[in-house]
Design a protein around this ligand. Structure first.
Ligand code: GLU
Length: 542
């Protein structure tokens, strides 16, 4: 159901924040906030169903981190929910800050995360190119258009003069801003300087009288930008546009219907809207996503290093778990539950539930999210296959040259291990750690270690061999647990706990781990036999 425009009447507008010319005008009306936002979102979505085009527009000045992934994810979900298109556009206009490899990696990470773009530098698309450095001609053309229509002008101020302005402002305790001096150059002066080949930029002429706009999440906003800023540069001296120009030009030419981006850009939107007005273009609908923060409310810092998607990938985090935790801590859903996969995130997404509060991310919960998604993947026959392949590679890497029995690399063996350990381990990496080495390589222990256990070591090992012979292939955890209790009763001096300790040592060389019955089921009859025969030899020698 969508609420039609007419039903959306405002009781009054109240100025909530007035800070450096920035006003957040919040509609106050007799409806709860959720419904109010729902109305706004439904209104825009009901009219553009099927025409939704959203974009994720990172600058390749760094690798993709959780904050970026979250913005991309909400765009992806929004696009899929409304049968639209998700575009990846790389904003590489600041050539001095480009990080080698970042552009490729951002797209790789979106693919890895399972939220691939429909149009992108790599995939192409009808409205590309999707790399801003390949669209310079277009920006130049639009900048010229702005100059010709009087909305922009050439500025010849030297970096030294700008630096001086800045210093003076700071000394006077004011916020530095350009004084718009070149606005007042006469056409003949401009022509003369251009003819002299003087270095120049193009600045956009900021007009007073910004109109309020309705943000899908933050409600009514207005930032009287001309009051607080000098005219912004739109074309730099190096012939590259600045973010502000390139961003709106591309959103227009790429037919972006909704701009969903981080709330740090909310304050720039009025400036963008002035540019749209100057160019006579219809602006997209804006929705600013609240920031992603640490659990304690502190800024999620890229310097921590561990919030980069590549590090999560390297650490064995499943993409599903990452998407789940990123949306779970935020808003946009009727309920918060763990274990949602992308198709559920899409179907359960409710944009009217996006609040203005920051999303607090508790990364300590990530292993739990990973455990749940790992379990789901193991239980899904088709997807489990990929886990098996992955684990095979990890085992080979971790235990090169140590594997005596190639059977451990067999698909069936790995599958059995995965099914037995699902719900217990948080990542595949854990399964190749020393705690689980016994699954892949035979343990080593000495006859002295055996000797310290019990004088009945020989007897116990023989009983196990007998048991395995009787049960043969039919090993189950439940059945073996009972059998082992019975077996322990056949010893004279050794208590149940001591018997288990001995069995665990024989099977794994460890003192802790899964239940002995489970260890036995994982290893299978042939391997149990092999390990206990070796144990017998050692107990005889001790
Ligand atoms: N290139 C900008 C960024 O990296 C994009 C902002 C926007 O989405 O408009 O954040």
């Amino acid at each position: 159901m969508s609420l039609c425009h007419k039903s959306y009447t405002w009781c009054c507008l109240r100025t909530l924040v007035s800070h450096r010319g920035f006003q957040c005008l919040t509609a106050v009306r007799d409806r709860p906030v959720g419904l109010r936002q729902h109305a706004a979102i439904n209104r825009c979505c009901s009219t553009v169903q099927g025409e939704v085009r959203v974009r994720f527009a990172p600058s390749p000045t760094g690798f993709l981190h959780l904050g970026g992934l979250r913005t991309a994810l909400y765009n992806y979900i929004f696009a899929k929910k409304y049968e639209g298109v998700f575009v990846l556009r790389l904003e590489d206009t600041d050539q001095s800050r480009l990080v080698p490899g970042a552009a490729e990696s951002i797209e790789d990470m979106l693919e890895w995360a399972g939220i691939p773009p429909d149009e992108s530098p790599r995939r192409g698309g009808a409205l590309g190119p999707y790399l801003q450095s390949q669209r310079l001609e277009l920006y130049n053309q639009i900048a010229q258009q702005l100059v010709e229509s009087g909305h922009a002008y050439y500025c010849f101020c030297s970096p030294q003069r700008l630096e001086l302005l800045k210093k003076e402002a700071l000394r006077a305790g004011q916020t530095p801003r350009y004084d718009n001096r070149c606005r007042h150059l006469r056409p003949d002066q401009v022509q003369e300087k251009l003819a002299q080949g003087l270095s120049h930029v193009i600045r956009f002429r900021l007009e007073a009288g910004v109109e309020p706009f309705q943000d899908l999440i933050f409600g009514w906003n207005r930032h009287e930008v001309a009051q607080v800023e000098g005219d912004p540069v739109v074309m730099k001296a190096d012939g590259f546009p600045t973010y502000h120009l390139a961003n709106i030009v591309d959103d227009h030419y790429m037919k972006i219907s909704h701009v969903l981006r981080g709330s740090e850009w909310l304050i720039s939107t009025s400036k963008h809207l002035l540019m749209y007005r100057a160019l006579g273009w219809q602006p997209p609908t804006f929705g600013h996503l609240p920031l992603l923060m640490n659990k304690d409310g502190s800024k999620l810092s890229k310097r921590q290093g561990d919030i980069f998607i590549q590090s999560f990938q390297r650490d064995g985090v499943l993409p599903e778990a990452l998407l789940d935790i990123t949306t779970n801590c935020g808003s946009g859903f009727n309920t918060n539950r763990m274990g949602r996969r992308i198709h559920e995130l899409i179907s359960e997404f409710n944009p009217s539930k996006i609040t203005t509060h920051s999303a607090l991310l508790d990364l300590e919960k990530l292993p739990e999210f990973n455990r749940i998604h790992l379990q789901q993947q193991i239980e899904d026959e088709e997807r489990c296959h990929f886990l098996i392949k992955d684990l095979q590679e990890q085992i080979q890497q971790a235990y090169t040259g140590e594997i005596q029995d190639k059977e451990v690399l067999h698909e069936d063996y790995i599958k059995r291990v995965l099914h037995l350990r699902k719900g217990h381990v948080s990542s595949l990496k854990e399964l190749v750690s020393p705690a689980y080495a016994y699954l892949w390589v035979r343990p080593s222990f000495s006859s002295q270690q055996v000797a310290t256990l019990t004088p009945e070591a020989h007897l116990i090992a023989s009983l196990v061999l007998k048991l395995i012979k009787e049960r043969d292939e039919e090993l189950t955890v439940g059945g073996l647990s009972k059998d082992l209790k019975t077996l322990a009763k056949q010893t004279k001096v050794t208590k149940y706990g001591e018997v288990m300790k001995l069995l665990r040592l024989a099977l794994s060389g460890l003192q802790q781990g899964p239940s002995v019955a489970e260890m036995m089921v994982s290893l299978g009859p042939a391997e149990i036999r092999h390990r206990f025969l070796k144990f017998l030899q050692l107990s005889d020698a001790s």
